[in-house]
Design a binder for this molecule. Structure first.
Ligand code: SF4
Ligand code: SF4
Length: 69
């Protein structure tokens, strides 16, 4: 099963990863990050992540670094 890990301390809340996820499982969380805006999280409770890695490749701040299969 695929899984991504988001480093909330690196997230700059640009939300580019939300746009590129084909499964739409990355969402804004309720935590405020370093830019004063909400950091992102994955609420992938149904295991929908396909491990495409688009989110990790798109993140300019390398906040999404791990994809497991
Ligand atoms: S690896 Fe692909 S499916 Fe999984 S969260 Fe990232 S963009 Fe979405
Ligand atoms: S692309 Fe990276 S920095 Fe931008 S919201 Fe997603 S995890 Fe945060």
């Amino acid at each position: 099963m695929a899984k991504v890990v988001i480093n909330e301390n690196k997230c700059k809340s640009c939300y580019l990863c939300i746009d590129v996820c084909p499964k739409k499982i990355i969402k804004k969380s309720d935590k405020i990050g370093v830019t004063g805006r909400y950091v992102v999280t994955t609420e992938d409770t149904s295991g929908e992540c396909i491990g495409c890695g688009f989110c990790a490749m798109r993140c300019p701040d390398l906040a999404i670094t791990e994809v497991y299969r």
